[in-house]
Design a protein around this ligand. Structure first.
Ligand code: MIG
Length: 687
């Protein structure tokens, strides 16, 4: 049951696809207070209520005890204290004696104080008086999420090749450097499906250009890579370089397609290409225009993109620099006031992403002029829509890979997301795990973090352990920043462990893809906190470092340095499978309760749930070489049951067919259990 309450005159956000009539009467569950045209909502939480949601955010799976500020932000240093990240997903739900969900559909800043100021108080503060509030009642947390997901529409569906392992690094300069990466992977037998092209492939960081000098025959290079089972995935940034003669700049200027400053001139911000203009993605014509430019790359055979810097991030504005200059000039050396120094320092270190700058440019939303800060959180989301709408035209009937850094609910229908600039810190491995279910609640199913960490230097142990989680996330990409230690899997001495770990991923792809597709098609979560499936198990409700993944398994990644294993909680009897490679495993049936599970650095533990099975295919070098005619089945069963595996061509948009389900069964005949399927089952391991 969903109730809708409209405040003021909201700006449409594209988040909700269902038509819901506004409710009569006062808002339920929340008490409201009006102050200066702004509304403040309160909700008194019970001591044991869990608060789920908020998508890409810091903190635990249970969001209690922190403040979250929805304001798409470029946060290269994601320290513990951060309140805002790149995406804004204003959906949360209370799960306790009462189950209720809230979605604040508001294009500007929203603050959620979830029991931070006062332990039992949830405060929600939209930054303006114009927004829509949805209140969702349901019988369980899972039920509320499902209703919400149906309300916001089907999630973006990635092609199957995007489930392969992908390598990225900011600094791959030319064809030869990429060739070298691929050669190392193939030579060491570590599976690989894609290599990313960061800003360095462009000519002067200009969108939709390819450096002629460094990629002399790009279409031929794309084909050369494809012949080896490798896709290239170029980056597209939000800012368009100001450079006379550059087509995108000239057209954008001529058609008035850039965001405007308060004096009506095209707004200028400093980003990678230097001085740039921001395409006004909030305008439908601009979206069509900018989107059509992807043709430059799709014509070369490219089938995937990542969109960056679309919060939009700004290194500086001219106003900011001017103010700072004045500060420097007026600095009084005779003063003995240290405060003056700190003010100067703040001025200089605060040049990027200034609130003031976000208040100084304007959008033309199909005829309506809106100041940026009022619609800030939509910018990245509409950039994703621009790309998605265009790619559907450019690649008719075909799926493409697309994900973005900034996002707002609604963009989940057009692309996935990656969680931005994390660091090679153990805490960020755990954060990666905690974000997955929250992202799923908000519709983001194709997602993942930079494995190994983007900033800082990664150690062999950290990368191995991080891959131990990454083999389960739909987006499995190793990415690192320029200037950090080289992080490709072959850079850490003996490659055998990496090869074995990633081979586990490739044997799991049929299952992961199946569960991902089912989650997309039926508005379900791929990753779930234990409490979603075991709601009456009080201990399960407290577990924050294990996740259920699809219908059959529970994952328990190891996220601590020097760990030889970890404690796990089993909400029922399960079968432990410790993988050393796709084919080397050990098994142990474990009883409901707390256990210590050993797993060396090169091992990955997972659990198969009661009366469930896990189908595995043989590992391969890349998804194209995957053989899905034969399976090995691991089952934990004391009776007969069925599992249905979703399978399709992985490339077209024909995913709604009943024919896409393959039956696997454990059958009981004369007291014995045996496996049956339309697929060839080469081996059954049954406990
Ligand atoms: O200011 O394109 O999050 O993944 O490698 C940094 C360079 C810009 C930020 C992205 C990161 C990417 C980097 N970009």
């Amino acid at each position: 049951m969903i109730k809708k309450y409209v405040y003021g005159t909201p700006i449409p956000t594209d988040a909700v696809v269902q038509t819901i009539e506004p409710a009569e009467g006062p808002v339920q569950y929340l008490s409201e207070l009006e102050m200066d045209g702004k509304i403040l909502f309160h909700y008194v939480m019970e001591k044991d209520d869990i608060v789920y949601g908020l998508g890409e955010a810091m903190g635990g799976i249970n969001k209690r005890g922190r403040v979250y500020r929805s304001f798409c932000s470029d946060v290269p240093d994601q320290t513990e204290d951060k309140e805002s990240l790149y995406g804004c997903h204003n959906f949360l739900l209370i799960s306790g004696m009462i189950q209720v969900g809230f979605f604040v559909d508001c294009a500007s800043e929203v603050t959620f104080d979830v029991g931070y100021t006062s332990p039992n108080m949830l405060n929600i503060k939209p930054g303006c008086g114009d927004f829509v509030l949805y209140i969702i009642e349901g019988k369980s947390a899972a039920d509320i999420v499902k209703q919400f997901r149906e309300m916001i529409g089907r999630s973006y569906i990635a092609p199957r090749w995007a489930f392969g392992f992908q390598q990225s690094r900011w600094s791959y300069r030319d064809e030869d450097e990429i060739r070298d990466v691929v050669r190392h992977y193939r030579d060491s037998g570590i599976p690989l499906d894609a290599v990313y092209m960061d800003i360095d492939y462009m000519d002067g960081y200009k969108d939709f250009t390819i450096s002629q000098e460094r990629f002399p025959d790009f279409p031929a290079f794309v084909q050369e890579m494809k012949a080896q089972g490798i896709r290239l995935v170029p980056i597209i940034d939000a800012g368009v370089k100001i450079e006379p003669g550059y087509e995108i700049y000239e057209e954008g200027k001529q058609y008035q397609f850039f965001c405007k400053g308060s004096d009506g001139s095209d707004f200028v911000a400093g980003v990678w290409p230097g001085r740039t203009h921001f395409p006004d993605f909030l305008n439908s014509q601009v979206r069509m225009w900018f989107g059509s430019k992807y043709k430059v790359l799709t014509d070369c055979g490219v089938e995937g993109f990542w969109n960056d810097m679309n919060e939009p991030a700004m290194f500086f504005t001219e106003d900011g620099i001017r103010e700072a200059k004045e500060y420097v000039q007026s600095f009084d050396f005779a003063t003995n006031d240290p405060g003056q120094f700190f003010q100067l320092k703040d001025k200089l270190t605060g040049l990027s992403n200034r609130q003031k700058d976000y208040e100084s440019f304007f959008h033309n939303m199909d005829g309506v002029i809106v100041r940026h800060d009022r619609v800030h959180n939509l910018y990245g989301s509409y950039m994703t829509r621009s790309a998605s709408d265009a790619l559907q035209q450019l690649l008719p009937g075909k799926r493409f890979l697309l994900f973005s850094r900034a996002s707002y609910i609604g963009s989940h229908r057009n692309g996935g997301l990656w969680t931005g600039d994390n660091q090679s810190w153990w805490s960020h491995l755990l954060l990666n795990l905690k974000m997955m279910p929250s992202l799923n609640m908000c519709g983001y199913l194709y997602s993942g973090a930079d494995l190994g960490g983007f900033g800082c230097n990664c150690s062999r142990e950290l990368l191995l352990r991080w891959l131990g989680l990454g083999i389960f996330t739909p987006l499995m990409r190793n990415h690192a920043a320029i200037g950090t230690r080289r992080q490709e899997c072959y850079r850490f001495g003996d490659t055998e462990d990496f090869k074995n770990l990633i081979s586990i991923r490739y044997s799991l792809i049929p299952y992961l893809y199946s569960e991902y597709m089912k989650a997309c098609l039926h508005s379900e979560m791929l990753f779930r906190p234990l409490a979603f499936d075991y709601p009456s198990d009080d201990f399960a409700r407290t577990v924050e470092d294990q996740l259920l993944l699809g219908e059959s398994i529970m994952i328990t990644p190891i996220y601590e340095q020097n760990a030889k294993g970890r404690y796990v909680y089993l909400p029922e009897d399960m079968l432990l499978v410790v993988f050393r490679s796709s084919s080397v495993r050990r098994y142990q049936v474990m009883k409901k309760g707390l256990h210590y599970v050993s797993a060396a650095m090169n091992e990955v533990p997972l659990f198969i749930r009661k009366n469930k099975l896990l189908p595995l295919c043989r590992t391969s070098q890349c998804t194209e070489e995957m053989d899905t005619s034969m399976f090995e089945v691991i089952a934990f069963a004391d009776r007969g049951f069925e599992y249905s595996l979703y399978e399709d061509d992985g490339t077209t948009t024909a995913y709604d067919s009943e024919k896409n389900y393959v039956r696997f069964a454990i059958q009981e005949t004369e007291g014995a259990l045996a496996a049956a399927s339309d697929k060839t089952i080469v081996k059954l391991t049954l406990y």
